[in-house]
Design a protein around this ligand. Structure first.
Ligand code: F6P
Length: 405
């Protein structure tokens, strides 16, 4: 056995982020000059079979003999191609398919017996993410013959069909089970010497950000009178700022803008979307501004006057202080982290990601990528006339505050 080369075999139900992971692995390997190629069964299926057949859930039913034969055929073609690739200059062959049954994986082990195999199972059961990913999938040409509702129903049935024969990784000799939303390894097993094992592990758990544009909503009525929280709309100056943002980002393609559920972030996003060709706003509740509890809607002066204890306690320990009936920076952290994971998962096919948040929220998002001591986080500068451009990749880091006018 030649131990320098490797088969990486992905596994998981549809819409669990396998193809995105395949591309992420390929890009990271290529940056390290490791020749890598992806062999995707779905692409073969879509290229060789009529859409009518592949968009129907019935094609994937575990008792549909002709469907099984077809899918087996495509799997064998890709295995053969992967083998040929590794016999030449290739070093890593990534096999991208559901591979959810032990039987299918046994077939892979028997066929690909000349180099080590590392399986990676992608697990993700977040319902909100799944719903959004399915919406995205059913917009693809594969479902163009069906109306939206029917396409979604067929896709859900397809998932159920795969679920019937799903066996998690266990018997395999080498594997990672990955939470593909959190980029967290749930379980790992290594029985054979495995090339690139640590690099792969590193890629699996690293959040890669090519271009994150982190923007604070434009000026609101509440901002001008120093009131916190609430749900106010933009001022004339705010609308001007939002339009300027739109013009600034016109030349960059922004497919999704993630906002909070507050009017001020959505209104800012709309002005940017209006200047884009194809852009969608996705409000994420996890990006709502810190909840100031009993102090919502007050000015800092009001708080000092009406609740001096609150004012002083927060001043002394801003990161940890929890507003009565509200939040602290510390208690906000899990929801902000969850919001980041959601946004990145949904934006996985694009290089640019834009988040329009709030002062405290953006501080937390920034701190996720740029290390800051907890006590310093509530004082990070978050202006409304500049935005943060963040790049965080294995070989490149950038944090820049940029004006947009
Ligand atoms: O003032 C705007 C605002 O976004 C408020 O809604 C929020 O309570 C505050 O900033 C958070 O900043 P700090 O933690 O500095 O009070």
């Amino acid at each position: 056995m030649n131990d320098e080369k490797l088969y990486l075999v992905l596994m998981g139900l549809p819409a669990r982020g396998k193809s995105t992971l395949a591309i992420r692995l390929q890009e990271a390997f290529r940056k390290s000059r490791i020749p890598t190629k992806i062999f995707n069964n779905g692409n073969l299926r879509r290229a060789y079979l009529p859409l009518k057949e592949t968009s129907s859930a019935n094609f994937y039913h575990p008792e549909n003999i002709s469907g099984i034969e077809m899918r087996k055929k495509f799997a064998l073609i890709n295995m053969k191609r992967a083998k040929t690739y590794l016999a030449g200059p290739g070093q890593v062959a990534i096999l991208d398919a559901a591979n959810v049954s032990r039987e299918r994986r046994k077939m892979i082990e028997e066929n690909l017996d000349n180099h080590p195999i590392l399986f990676i199972e992608c697990v993700n059961d977040d319902q909100e993410i799944l719903t959004l990913s399915i919406l995205e999938k059913t917009n693809l040409p594969e479902f163009s013959l069906l109306n939206r509702q029917r396409a979604q129903a067929e896709f859900l049935k397809r998932i159920d069909n795969y679920r019937m024969i799903y066996t998690p990784l266990k018997a395999e000799r080498n594997y990672f089970r990955l939470d593909s939303l959190q980029n967290k390894i749930l379980e790992e097993k290594q029985s054979d010497p495995m090339p690139l094992y640590l690099l792969i592990k590193d890629i699996l758990i690293t959040d890669v950000v090519k271009n994150l544009f982190l923007i604070r909503h434009a000026e609101t009525k509440f901002n001008t009178i120093d009131r916190i929280g609430g749900d106010s709309t933009l001022t004339a100056k705010g609308i001007f700022q939002a339009k300027a943002l739109g013009r600034f980002f016109k030349k960059r393609q922004i497919s999704y803008i993630f906002t909070s559920h507050k009017k001020r972030t959505i209104q800012t996003a709309r002005a940017i979307c209006a200047m884009q060709k194809d852009c969608k706003i996705i409000p994420i509740r996890e990006f709502d501004e810190i909840n100031a509890g009993i102090c919502e809607g007050m000015t800092y002066k009001d708080i000092e006057k009406n609740f001096p204890d609150v004012f002083n306690a927060r001043k002394t320990n801003k990161y940890h202080y929890v507003y009565p009936q509200g939040e602290s920076y510390e208690t906000m952290k899990p929801r902000i982290e969850a919001g980041i994971k959601k946004a990145f998962f949904l934006n996985r096919h694009a290089d640019n990601i834009m988040i329009i948040g709030h002062q405290a929220v953006n501080r937390m998002i920034l701190a996720h990528f740029l290390y800051r001591r907890d006590v310093d986080v509530p004082y990070i500068y978050i202006p409304q006339d500049e935005f943060y451009h963040i790049v965080s990749m294995q070989n490149k880091k950038l944090f820049e505050l940029k004006p947009y006018t």
